[in-house]
Design a protein around this ligand. Structure first.
Ligand code: SAH
Length: 249
C-alpha cells in the first residue's frame, strides 16, 4: 500500500485518470491511495490569493511560498511524514529506476507548480525535486500523473502479473521485443513463425535477440550502460553481421 498526496491549484485535472482502468482498480482494492489537496484551501486571506508578480520584474506570476508551505505542514501534521517532492523542470530526471526507487516509500507528497513556478523559498521544505523531461509543461499536474502511473506499476498488487514489470522495456536495460497478437496474417504480414512454434526455448531466444536488435537500432546508449552477459554479446555480434548482410528486419 502506497499513499500519494498531491498539492495542486487544479484538483479536477486528476479525476479522470484516477477513475479509469488499472489505477482505479488499485484504488478500489486499497493497494494505492490518492488524496488531492487544493492549495487555495491553505490561504488565509479573503480572496484566497496564491500567486503574485515576481520581485525584480518580468512576465507572469509566481506562486507564493505561504500557501504551499502551509499545505505541506498541514498534511504532515495530520498524516505523518511523507517524502515531499516538488515537480519542476529543474529537478532530477524521472526514469524507470527512479520509479522503482520511489515505489519503496509508503507515502509521497507531490507539489504541483503553475505559472512561472514557485517562490524559491519553497525549496527548503521539500525533500527532492523531480522533472519528467526536458520541456516545460504549463503545470506539475500532468507530470505528477506520469510519476504516479509509473511508480504504481512497481507497487505489489497493482498489476495483474508480476512478470510484466520484469519483462518490459528498460526493466533489464533493454527495450522490449516486438509483440504480436491475432490475427496470424494482417494485410499480408505474418507473425514470425517461431512465436507459433510452441517451442519456448526458441521463443525466448528469439525475443532476447529481437530485444537486443531493437535496442541496438533505437537506443544504443542503453546498451552502453547495460552489463550484458557473454551470451548477449555474442547475439549482438550476430545481429551486427546480419545488418552488414542487409538481412536484419
Ligand atoms: N519558470 C519555470 C517553469 C515553470 S512551468 C522554470 O523555468 O523552471 C510551471 C510548473 O509546471 C512548474 O512549477 C512545475 O511544477 C511544472 N513543470 C513544468 N515542466 C515540468 C517538467 N518538465 N517536469 C516536472 N514539472 C514540470
Amino acid at each position: 500500500m502506497i499513499r500519494f498526496d498531491i498539492l495542486t491549484l487544479f484538483p479536477d485535472m486528476f479525476h479522470s485518470p484516477l477513475a479509469s482502468s488499472v489505477l482505479k482498480k488499485a484504488i478500489d482494492r486499497g493497494v494505492i491511495r490518492v488524496n488531492i489537496y487544493d492549495i487555495r484551501d491553505f490561504t488565509t486571506d479573503k480572496h484566497r490569493v496564491v500567486d503574485d508578480s515576481p520581485y525584480g520584474g518580468g512576465s507572469g506570476m509566481v506562486m507564493m511560498a505561504g500557501p504551499i508551505v502551509k499545505g505541506i505542514e498541514g498534511i504532515k501534521s495530520a498524516n505523518g511524514s511523507p517524502r515531499v517532492i516538488l515537480m519542476t523542470p529543474q529537478g532530477i530526471r524521472f526514469d524507470h529506476p527512479e520509479a522503482g526507487r520511489l515505489s519503496k516509500y509508503d507515502h509521497l507528497l507531490f507539489v504541483c507548480g503553475r505559472y512561472e513556478g514557485v517562490d524559491e523559498r519553497v525549496r527548503e521544505y521539500v525533500d527532492e525535486e523531480l522533472s519528467i523531461g526536458d520541456y516545460i509543461l504549463m503545470g506539475g499536474e500532468l507530470a505528477v500523473m506520469v510519476v504516479i502511473d509509473a511508480v504504481s506499476r512497481f507497487v505489489p498488487g497493482v498489476l495483474g502479473s508480476a512478470e510484466s514489470v520484469l519483462e518490459e522495456s528498460f526493466a533489464n536495460a533493454l527495450l522490449e521485443y516486438p509483440q504480436y497478437t491475432r490475427p496470424r496474417v494482417f494485410r499480408g504480414k505474418r507473425v514470425p513463425e517461431v512465436l507459433i512454434s510452441g517451442n519456448h526455448r526458441q521463443i525466448n531466444h528469439w525475443r532476447r535477440k529481437e530485444a537486443l536488435r531493437r535496442t541496438l537500432l533505437r537506443r544504443p546508449d542503453l546498451l552502453q550502460k547495460a552489463n550484458l552477459p557473454e551470451d548477449d554479446l555474442a547475439l549482438l555480434e550476430e545481429i551486427k553481421r546480419e545488418a552488414g548482410r542487409g538481412d536484419d528486419r
